[in-house]
Design a protein around this ligand. Structure first.
Ligand code: SAH
Ligand code: SF4
Length: 377
């Protein structure tokens, strides 16, 4: 039985086009693919028997070769403020997380794209775990599939046109642009009217700044873009984000300008973690204003979220306020991210890190510790 399940094709791996190809390979017409897509993504069905408008013979054939298999949930926790976090098993003792953040007029889901991450940013607990593997399309869209339909069920919503999740951000574990092959079909499903029907402006990809892949995303599936900037110059950014040594800040700004030509929004969101004594002075703010002079943008200041052995601390509240004011005074729209779901560690790679920290005291980790000492002393 187990063996048979493994050989079945998981239809969560297919976007609309993939489903049409799959149906064609079974001698079925394209509208069958649309029906399938709607059953799976709009209604959350996983059992072919439920799909009553498909011919019985087609359903029987489907059951022979395919399955709809969502993520396997290890933990499901809800914080006092309503933030909900699922921990999903991705095999080999690894887990990734998905976080739902309810707000008054919207519900945002934060989705992971890789188990671990290879970018090794100094301030990130996911980076500290190292890279494990890319998630599949099924594992990426499966997070939205599971979250949306679980939330609907919990709220007693039966109307398939009513959505709980109005926004998706690819800001969970991993670097989405290092996994474009799986991420793009998942994005297409998020946008597809037969699946989740979200507008391009409500789906955001966050990247540490992979310049060539930013161009690729523009070409394949332009959605809103957030760029993790975190430093106003190459000297500091090189230290806290190793990717900057490959793609320096000026080339990243150029990539942002190119992206803006096709972006669904007329600005780039820059994320900027506020790390005490590292990147949070008014001199940094001034340098930042000069850096982004030519780039239409908004800033999201994120108070650093400490994790065990990070060696870094969150900026003082007063420093964050002063930094934000400096940007605002220069005409840059700037928000400070609220800390949400603190009681369930719903921020940035924390719960999964707690399940498994594979870090050995490797050269990489020694390097990190050395840099932390250097930039905080
Ligand atoms: N890899 C992508 C997306 C995932 S990280 C990226 O780096 O953009 C999502 C956001 O969380 C990024 O802006 C990242 O810099 C931020 N982040 C990582 N570790 C953090 C921490 N300890 N505290 C606050 N924000 C953090
Ligand atoms: Fe990876 Fe993003 Fe963390 Fe950097 S901040 S290590 S790119 S997940």
């Amino acid at each position: 039985m187990e063996k048979k399940s493994q050989s079945l094709k998981n239809l969560l791996n297919l976007d609309g086009e993939g489903l049409r190809e799959f149906c064609a390979s079974m001698g079925e017409k394209p509208f069958r693919a649309t029906q399938l897509e709607r059953w799976i993504h709009r209604r959350g069905a996983s059992d072919f028997n439920q799909m009553t408008d498909l011919a019985k013979s087609f359903r029987a054939k489907l059951a022979e070769v395919a399955k709809v298999e969502g993520p396997s949930i290890l933990r499901d926790k809800t914080a006092a403020d309503g933030t909900r976090k699922w921990l999903m098993d991705v095999g080999n003792g690894n887990a990734v997380e998905t976080v739902f953040i309810p707000e008054e007029n919207r519900g945002t889901l934060c989705v992971s794209t890789q188990a671990g991450c290879a970018m090794n940013c100094l301030f990130c607990s996911t980076g500290k775990q190292g890279f494990n593997r890319n998630l599949t399309t099924a594992e990426i869209i499966g997070q939205l599939w599971h979250a949306e339909h679980t939330l609907r069920k919990d709220r007693g919503i039966s109307d398939e046109n009513e959505r709980v999740i109005s926004n998706v951000v690819l800001m969970g574990m991993g670097e989405p642009l290092q996994n474009l092959d799986a991420v793009v079909p998942a994005l297409k499903l998020m946008l597809d009217d037969h699946a989740y029907g979200l507008s391009r402006r409500r789906v955001t990809v966050s990247t540490s700044g992979l310049v060539r892949q930013i161009d690729k995303l523009a070409e394949l599936c332009p959605v809103a873009l957030a760029v993790s900037l975190h430093a106003p110059n190459n000297e500091l950014r090189d230290k806290i984000m190793p990717i900057n040594r490959k793609h320096p800040i000026e080339t990243l700004m150029d990539a942002c300008q190119r992206y803006l030509k096709v972006a669904p929004r007329d600005f780039i969101t820059f994320e900027y973690i506020m790390i005490g004594g590292v990147n949070d002075t008014l001199a940094h703010a001034k340098e930042l204003i000069r850096l982004v002079e030519e780039v239409p943008c908004k800033f999201n200041l994120i108070p650093f979220n400490p994790f065990p052995d990070s060696g870094l601390k969150r900026s003082q509240e007063g420093d964050v306020k002063a930094f934000a004011k400096r940007l605002n005074d220069a005409g840059i729209v700037c928000t400070v991210r609220k800390v949400r779901g603190d009681d369930i560690d719903a921020a940035c790679g924390q719960l999964a890190g707690e399940i498994q920290d594979r870090t050995k005291l490797s050269q990489k980790r020694l390097d990190r510790m050395h840099i932390i000492k250097e930039i905080t002393s």
